[in-house]
Design a binder for this molecule. Structure first.
Ligand code: TXA
Ligand code: MG
Length: 356
């Protein structure tokens, strides 16, 4: 007998953040309550949601993403009282951060209790928790039982999705529903702070910077595995050790004084084109006109660094769909979010940097 496997395309349900229809949310929520998977928008990136207290749903998430099962998921909550339900204790400093930054792009890690299945936390005794700042996400979490495990809704190894269309590209035939709430606001994943350490420790940089955290709670460490990314020290967040966001083309970052960077990139591009290659350039509104050849994309404007974070993954995805074999990018050590942006860009480049 011939056995055929048919993949159902995920239903795409549009829900406008400023006009949330109750029936829509309850339909999406019902999928979560019955063990299914729903991708949804947050303020950082799109997440792939499943019931975080259901081991089977978590297993489905790993399968859909093609994600290694030792890489734990973040549980998304919509109400502070739900935090107490799944962790051993909430340290005072974590309460202060929750009060200041939740809902928002901050994930905190606590010792988990027995309600959280090992499948959700990749076998770790700790659990990551976040309350996202997005009306659609919050409504869906409430409708879906209150504890929605959600990694970024990309296939493992691809850039995180900042549009519903990116989710459809990666997971359209592997999940039940995609809630399309429009483009996300921030564009890079949340800051992660580990509270299982004596001194709270940043495991992943994001929109909320170390300075913002220190202003609220004093001493905050940064995971050494983050700082010395090329050394033998393993990052403490399992996901940070993988070479995420790797574009198909070879990406090189060129850093230094602006005029010199432009000259160097022009030179590299000319050489690649001479060798018969197509080349992409990641620039800004300020510099895009100064490149003489190649496929030039502007990532945003240096006058508003948020625009650079917001478009980073989208630009990388666009180049994946083009024929370029090399991509040259400027560096974006912008004042506030530079650390978070460069953390992603350096990973995408496999740390290939030319300093001029
Ligand atoms: O902004 C975000 O955080 C997005 C949206 C959807 O909320 N989510 C997200 O999830 O980025 P994901 O799974 O792509 O990244 C979660 C990161 C991974 O690097 C994982 O290893 C780490 O958090 N992580 C999760 N639980 C952890 C734990 N208990 N201990 C250490 N690291 C943990
Ligand atoms: Mg991810």
């Amino acid at each position: 007998m011939e056995i055929r496997v048919y993949y159902m395309e995920a239903e795409i349900l549009k829900i406008a953040p400023d006009d949330i229809q109750k029936e829509d949310i309850s339909r999406a929520g019902r999928i979560l309550l019955t063990g299914g998977l729903v991708a949804f928008p947050t303020e950082t990136v799109y997440g792939l949601g499943g019931n975080g207290l259901d081991a089977k749903a978590s297993e489905k998430i790993y399968r859909a993403k093609g994600r290694p099962s030792d890489n734990p998921l973040i549980i998304h909550i919509a109400d502070m009282k739900h935090l107490e339900e799944i962790v051993m204790e909430v340290p005072k400093q974590a309460r202060i951060l929750a009060k200041q930054f939740w809902p928002g792009p901050l994930t905190m890690i606590f010792r988990k209790n027995e309600k959280v299945p090992a499948e959700t936390t990749g076998g770790l005794p700790s659990v990551a928790v976040r309350m996202p700042d997005h009306p659609v996400a919050l409504a869906l979490i409430r409708a879906g039982g209150g504890y929605v495990a959600a990694p970024s809704a990309n296939r493992s190894g691809r850039p995180s999705p900042t549009l519903a269309a990116h989710v459809a590209e990666d997971l359209g035939n592997a999940i039940d529903m995609i809630v399309d709430g429009g483009p996300v606001g921030i564009g890079i994943e949340s800051t992660i702070v580990d509270f299982t350490e004596e001194i709270p420790t940043i495991l992943r940089p994001g929109y909320i910077t170390s300075d913002m955290l220190r202003e609220c709670i004093g001493q905050v460490n940064v995971d050494r595995g983050l700082i010395e990314e090329n050394s033998d020290i393993q990052p403490k967040a399992p996901g940070m050790k993988y070479r995420h966001y790797a574009p198909r083309a070879a990406l090189t970052i060129v850093e230094g004084e602006e005029q010199k960077v432009i000259m160097k990139i022009n030179e590299l591009v000319a050489k690649a084109i001479h060798d018969g290659r197509q080349v992409g350039i990641i620039s800004t509104d300020e510099t895009a006109g100064k490149y003489r050849a190649g496929v030039v994309k502007s990532i945003g404007t240096r006058l508003e660094e948020e625009t650079i974070a917001r478009h980073l993954y989208e630009v990388l995805r666009q180049f994946d769909e083009s024929e370029v074999s090399y991509i040259y990018s400027e560096a974006y050590y912008t004042p506030r979010m530079g650390q978070a942006i460069m953390n992603r860009l350096l990973k995408a480049a496999g740390h290939t940097v030319i300093t001029v």
